[in-house]
Design a protein around this ligand. Structure first.
Ligand code: S3P
Length: 436
């Protein structure tokens, strides 16, 4: 992809693509429901299309109409043994959540993914699922989930997760649908709660509790579970996609941009809290609920920014936004420090390394630490040289670099930008349109 500097600010009103995390969950729960589900706003990015294709291999029929996806659920026990291995592409969410679903079946199945997936840690889901009675061959992708007609039913566990991870929590809850007894997950802090919200939408009873220790617990009670059919699920715009346009509008002078129908689930919008501290002008409008998730329109006005220090629970709520946050920090006055971000090392790329490398490519003074990075921001930064930035096949690095490229008066080339298709089809065209 080639990006040229924005002549004027970003203007107009835009709709973001559907939320990636929620789209995966909508397909999974619709496939396991008793009856049809109509999904609108489904993200047609490669990650979610892989999930859809996998359920087709598992015997689930669907109709893909222009703006709606109709899924004919087969009930919790209705999936069929797939013919061949199932490929999640680049999607960690698909891999980990499907491991949970496949643990509860009575057939053996093999899950795999691309080069990046084959390097990512899967022990975090294998270990608790094994404690529930699931058997695996391997500890990474490709991974075989071993079952047969005589496999014993899974048993519920009370899992104390060392990580605040929605993928781990969701894999256990999905396996819990097939388990005898109560299943619970306690996590050090509340990770994104889309699974819990969607379980409730599909009529599955769940209890959640914020513990005095600051930990968070979700309990799937003992019982015969059933997911109801006949629902119409509306998926909000993806906040993680909106984040690129939010930062673009903040850093390009003259911008005033409206992003409509964006998901504003509190577990996802840590970036808004941080940007507010940095001095960003962002106005919320029309807040409402959509299929159990909060959404709003966000108006973003170009603003001078100042540096911040972040870590802990706040970082958890903006973990996927770290690369684009780093771009905002590069233009903010002062030194920004990001701590407690070790998880960034095991995302689609080692994002501590790739974020710092991307910033340096634009001439920013930035350095890695073991658990984050330090950025010396410069609001006066002038860039006027042809640049080539390596995406490392990571969609969020590629999109962050594209946003930064709006400030380069010469052309910025981003390598291997096809990875953007995993989460944001049409990104480049939309960015160029807003920044015309
Ligand atoms: C996701 C959870 C997060 C996030 C990922 C999507 C999900 O990962 O980074 O992009 O949809 O559950 P972890 O669960 O590994 O923190």
């Amino acid at each position: 992809m080639k990006i040229t500097g924005a002549k004027k600010g970003l203007r107009g009103a835009l709709m973001m693509p559907g939320d990636k995390s929620i789209s995966h969950r909508a397909v999974i729960l619709a496939a396991l429901a008793d009856g049809k589900t109509e999904i609108s706003g489904f993200l047609r990015g490669q990650d979610c299309l892989h999930t859809l294709k996998i359920f087709k291999m598992l015997g689930v029929e669907y109709r893909d109409k222009k703006d709606k996806l109709l899924i004919k659920g087969r009930g919790l026990k209705g999936l069929r043994k797939p013919d061949g291995q199932m490929d999640v592409g680049n999607s960690g969410t698909a891999f980990r959540l499907l491991a949970g679903v496949l643990a509860g079946q009575d057939f053996t199945a093999k899950l795999t993914g691309d080069e990046s997936i084959q390097k990512r840690p899967m022990g975090r889901v294998i270990e608790p699922l094994h404690r529930m009675g699931a058997e695996f061959n391997g500890d990474k992708a490709p991974l075989v989930i071993v079952n047969n007609k005589n496999t014993k039913q899974l048993v519920g566990i009370a899992y104390e997760s060392p990580l605040a991870s929605a993928q781990v929590k969701s894999a256990i809850l999905l396996a819990g649908l097939y388990a005898r007894g109560e299943t619970s997950v306690t996590e050090p802090a509340l990770s994104r709660d889309h699974t819990e919200r969607m379980f409730k939408t599909f009529g599955v009873r769940l209890r959640t509790a914020a513990l005095p220790s600051g930990k968070h617990k979700v309990i799937l009670p003992n019982g015969k579970h059933k997911l109801k059919g006949g629902l119409k699920i509306k998926i909000p715009g993806d906040f993680s996609a909106a984040a690129f346009f939010i930062v673009a509008a903040l850093i390009v002078p003259g911008s005033k941009l409206l992003l409509k129908n964006v998901g504003v689930n509190p577990t996802r919008i840590g970036l808004l809290d941080v940007l507010k501290k940095m001095g960003a002008k962002i106005i919320w409008q029309n807040k409402k609920m959509l299929s159990g998730e909060p959404v709003a329109d966000l108006q973003i006005v170009h603003s001078p920014l100042k540096a911040v220090e972040i870590g802990g629970e706040l970082l958890l709520r903006m973990i996927d936004e770290a690369p684009i946050f780093a771009v905002a920090a590069a233009l903010a006055k002062g030194r920004t420090v990001v701590k407690n971000a070790e998880e960034l090392r095991v995302k689609e790329s080692d994002r501590i390394k790739t974020v710092v490398e991307m910033l340096k490519g634009f001439g920013v003074s930035a350095a890695e630490t073991s658990d984050g990075f330090v950025i010396d921001g410069n609001p006066e930064l002038q860039i006027a040289a042809p640049l080539k930035i390596n995406s490392h096949y990571d969609h969020r690095i590629a999109m962050s670099a594209a946003v930064f490229g709006l400030l380069n008066q010469k052309e910025t080339t981003i390598t291997d930008d096809k990875c953007i298709e995993t989460s944001f089809p049409g990104f480049a065209a939309l960015l160029q349109k807003a920044a015309r």
